[in-house]
Design a protein around this ligand. Sequence first.
Ligand code: DX5
Ligand code: ZN
Length: 220
Amino acid sequence: MTGPKIAPSLLAADFAKLADEVARVEESADWLHLDIMDGHFVPNISFGIPVIAALRPHTKLYFDCHLMTTNPDAFVEELSAAGVDLVTMHIEAIPDPVPAIERAKGHNLDIGLVLNPGTPATAVEPFLDVIDLVLVMSVEPGFGGQAFIPDVLGKVEKLRESVEKQGLATDIEIDGGITPDNVGRAAEAGANVFVAGTAIFGADDPAKAVEELRRTIEEK
Ligand code: DX5
Ligand code: ZN
């Protein structure tokens, strides 16, 4: 496990000026969380791979691409060419993720598996030793600005315990409704990567909002 990382979600940024929005968190954030939605796996459409490719030359941030699509493994090659660093795929969309994991690694991508709020930790536990990260959704995927579901913290604890028990370095990321009020609890439960959209890009000063989240985590 690496130290705590803050990943602003571009979904909450002003889409009319994406490069400027990213520049506002360039120095304070660790990762940039990029939500791709297909209107099929989730009932919403966001932005696609060409948008990510267009942003790549404008930032050095690590690109964390959360695929909310069916057939996520079909996009691995294109995502790699677009300059994505990490791709995360929903276990609900690929019950046998091993071929997709191998394909992602073959294209030099870090790979993570995502769990919806209702999906148990056991769905990804068999793969913890072959992936880089587990993403625990703390809202139903599809929309920003929803309320954090505290029930998922037990799952974060369980996954952290499994990771530690096996002596792995697998990161545990949490996504959905993260604010300074709940980020400390998420860190305590064992998350070490924190996605926040509204709490960062909805703030007057996004860089300050990143720092506030970081401070809260460090003080926990
Ligand atoms: C929801 C997305 C999240 C979203 C988080 O489907 O996966 O990444 O952007 O936004 P907030 O922080 O506003 O809940
Ligand atoms: Zn996301």
